[in-house]
Design a protein around this ligand. Structure first.
Ligand code: GLU
Ligand code: ZN
Length: 321
């Protein structure tokens, strides 16, 4: 009899950035990421994405951990529980990003001396309103070896994208296609101060941690094309992707401070039960017909990503209580 290859273990991740408090929009995405993996018996990793040092807030990483635990989510690997792919904090993984960058220097990156805001912003994931304009290719004539000729002039490492249609199948958003050079442009992988950019760090970590499914907000759909370029350039195989709709305000913009205080820490302090929020979140995603309070683990039994609403959820003021 032919031996069956062992089924690939499903591994997902929760990847909060401690650049501020986590709010109900983040909670919805974490809940779905957790349900998608746990409902199929997979492993969950918690990773703290703290490389955007100027924006990282003291105590925000611990607060994110407390928020996630309060929601009723758990993980098999993470900064607080350890695991085979430690460390789970990006600022402790800088060497691995440097190593990946040195591989890319053989062919795929060039030094960019433009003092553009996208270089400054590159340490964080470019959520919708931060996509910025397409890089015009000012420094694209250079190759990596030209860096030595720049002397003291500061430069960033910019990734040379490919000029061809790239496709992938998103588990929620469906088939996706873009020409990365034309539609998105060359992007920053290493900042002027020598620190890594989000696009590089996230690929290195998802690869090193053997992540098989990335589930995140659909404002990061364009970034997936950039990340697929990096996977290809490094000869790594990418995970599957699932991009879920966001919670937005009545102004149509991604949930933020301007929409009122929806921080999980505030809800916790107010004594709101996690089940109440989870019930509300499950209803907002189309997983439950009513807002009836429910524990996260009670959603596992009949969870199906196909049932998640494809439309963003509009949060009107004071609608959670
Ligand atoms: N740490 C990122 C954020 O919170 C998540 C990026 C990702 O899931 O790839 O914005
Ligand atoms: Zn440039």
């Amino acid at each position: 009899m032919l031996e069956q290859p062992p089924a690939k273990k499903l591994i997902g991740r929760l990847a909060p950035s401690p650049t501020g408090a986590q709010h109900v929009g983040n909670a919805r995405t974490y809940l779905l990421a957790w349900l998608s993996i746990r409902s199929r018996g997979g492993r969950v990793i918690l990773r703290i994405e703290d490389i955007d040092s100027p924006r990282v807030k003291a105590g925000a990483a611990q607060q994110a951990i407390d928020d996630l635990r309060w929601l009723g989510l758990d993980w098999d690997e993470g900064p607080d529980v350890g695991g085979p792919h430690a460390p789970y904090v990006q600022t402790d993984r800088i060497d691995s990003y440097r190593e990946a960058l040195s591989h890319l220097q053989h062919a795929r990156v060039y030094p960019c001396t433009c003092t553009r805001s996208d270089i400054e912003a590159a340490a964080s994931a470019p959520h919708v309103e931060h996509e910025g304009s397409i890089y015009p290719g000012t420094c694209a004539g250079r190759s990596a070896i030209d860096a030595v000729k720049l002397g003291d002039q500061p430069f960033a490492w910019r990734f040379r994208t490919t000029d061809r249609d790239r496709d992938f199948e998103d588990r929620v958003a469906g088939p996706q296609r873009a020409n990365v050079r034309r539609d998105l442009g060359d992007f920053v992988v290493g900042k002027m101060d020598g620190s890594p950019a989000y696009q590089l760090a996230v690929v290195c970590d998802d690869h090193a941690m053997r992540v098989t499914e990335v589930l995140r907000g659909d404002d990061l759909l364009p970034s997936t094309f950039r990340q697929l370029e990096i996977y290809d350039a490094l000869g790594w195989s990418p995970p599957t992707f699932a991009h879920v709709p966001l919670v937005i305000g009545t102004d149509g913009r991604r949930l933020a401070k301007r929409h009122g205080d929806t921080r999980l820490a505030t809800l916790r302090q107010q004594g709101v039960a996690a089940e109440k929020l989870v019930g509300w979140l499950a209803w907002s995603c189309g997983l439950r017909p009513t807002r009836e309070p429910i524990a996260a683990k009670e959603l596992l039994a009949d969870f199906d990503l196909c049932r998640v609403t494809r439309e963003p959820f509009v949060l009107s003021p004071n609608s959670i209580g």
